[in-house]
Design a protein around this ligand. Structure first.
Ligand code: PLP
Length: 434
């Protein structure tokens, strides 16, 4: 539906005339002006329809504007929108209970957050208070958000440079089955675990006081990378033995995305703390930290807060999204649709001279672009070109990867099979046209 009152170019001009230059708006000359969304579809203000294979940056897990989420917001809006964090509400109780209801066993308490970065900051602060230690271990390619409390723990230096924040975690290489030359041909998961073990036990390793190890059980912005088999279990064992808090960031890979309720379910590993966000809010700004009785009762009242932590509209939207997730069996759906899509993409790109790797779990699929198949040099330019040409043809995909050379396919889990098949064939066509 075209909005007759405005044009896309006029909106771009007005936003660019008034917005500070740090946002992605300024990355392209003529960004798309979103106007309406539904399920896996997006329409711009000029009436052009797009198939969203990116879920608006992995947010539209239950689909854009799911009717049950919309209805919950409409019902709540006239009743109460804001309540301070000291005032419990029905909306809040129902959200917590539902979230715990779908969480891995043993994670029975919640601390709310409004976005993923805040959830990760809270988890790290909590781990420090609980252990009385300070140091944070994470991995190359990690993305925990952009706030000052976590951007120093980002793998990619480009995220820190502009904002003048130094790296302030201890980074181990993430065991990427495709790109781990540092492992010298050995299992990269075992090598990474060996390094961590040495850090912990060698009195001259230079590292002590490790409060937590924080990582994504499947990296999203790092390029849809699942670690090698056995790695998460090994990490669990090491952390338990050393009294280190293990934190899984399930903000992008969780909530059914990888074909399991949580990405860590693939390995049967439960962290001490788990952060959630993105899709959990059904399109509203909701995130949280989950953990067990002991650790989640570390703090005295008022250790943390933020004005909009428990906004009632956000809570009811999240409850509705969780109901949709459960009732529509979205994790199973992601597993089934994702495995078909992955097979099709692999078959369609077999021996493609610019595709180094096709990988994925559930509906989180990565296509890693390279300059050639001999040296596998990452090629960000070609990934950008493919994403742009798909966009021009009405299909939105994500871009990710340590070198920005991975095309990411992560559609809403409610996407119809017809739309997904169309999207996959559009992706194959764009790549095979190269
Ligand atoms: N953690 C992961 C794995 C993410 O993918 C993101 C966002 O992309 C974040 C944390 C940060 O979340 P937010 O942008 O809501 O702060």
């Amino acid at each position: 539906m075209k909005n007759e009152l405005v044009s896309g170019s006029d909106i771009v001009r007005r936003v660019k005339a008034t917005e500070g230059s740090g946002l992605r708006t300024f990355r392209t000359e003529r960004p798309r002006v979103w106007h309406r969304t539904s399920g896996a579809e997006v329409w711009d203000v000029d009436g052009t329809r797009y198939l969203d294979l990116d879920s608006a940056s992995a947010v539209a897990t239950v689909g854009h504007c799911h009717p049950r989420v919309t209805e919950a917001i409409i019902r709540q809006a006239p009743l109460m929108t804001h309540a301070p964090s000291g005032a419990p509400s029905v909306a809040r109780a129902e959200f917590y209970e539902r979230l715990i209801g779908i969480a891995p066993g043993g994670l029975t308490r919640v601390l709310p957050a409004v976005n993923g970065a805040l959830a990760n900051e809270t988890a790290i602060q909590l781990a420090r208070s609980y252990t009385g230690r300070t140091e944070v271990v994470t991995f190359s390619g990690t993305y925990l958000g952009r706030s000052i409390g976590v951007v120093g723990k980002a793998g990619k230096r480009a995220y820190r440079e502009q904002v003048g924040v130094r790296s302030d975690a201890h980074f181990l290489p993430y065991p990427d089955p495709f790109r781990s030359p540092w492992a010298g041909g050995a299992d990269p998961g075992e090598v990474a675990l060996g390094l961590l073990e040495a850090w912990i036990h060698d009195p001259a390793s230079g590292l002590d006081q490790i409060a937590c190890v924080i990582l994504e059980p499947v990296q999203g912005n790092g390029g849809a990378v699942a670690p090698t088999d056995g790695f998460l279990r090994g990490l669990r064992e090491l952390c338990t033995k050393a009294g280190i808090v293990l934190i899984f960031d399930e903000i992008q890979a969780g909530f059914g995305r990888t074909g399991y309720a949580w990405a860590c379910d693939h390995d049967g590993v439960v962290p001490d703390l788990m952060t959630v966000g993105k899709g959990i809010g059904g399109g509203m700004p909701v995130a949280a930290v989950l953990g067990g009785e002991d650790i989640l009762r570390t703090w005295e009242p008022d250790a943390v807060t933020s004005t909009f932590l428990v906004n009632a509209l956000n809570c009811v939207a999240a409850s509705a999204a969780i109901d949709v997730f459960t009732d529509e069996k979205l994790a199973d759906r992601a597993s089934r649709l994702g495995s078909t899509a992955l097979d099709q993409i692999r078959a369609g790109l077999k021996a493609h001279p610019r595709v180094g790797d096709v990988r994925g779990r559930g509906l989180l699929i990565g296509i890693e672009m390279v300059a050639d198949l001999t040296h596998l040099r990452p090629d960000a330019g070609i990934a950008a070109e493919v994403a742009a040409s798909l966009g021009k043809n009405g299909v939105l995909v994500g871009r990710s990867g340590r070198h920005a050379n991975v095309i990411k396919v992560c559609p809403p889990l409610v996407i119809t099979e017809t739309d997904l098949a169309y999207g996959v064939s559009a992706v194959l066509e764009a790549l095979n046209r190269l």
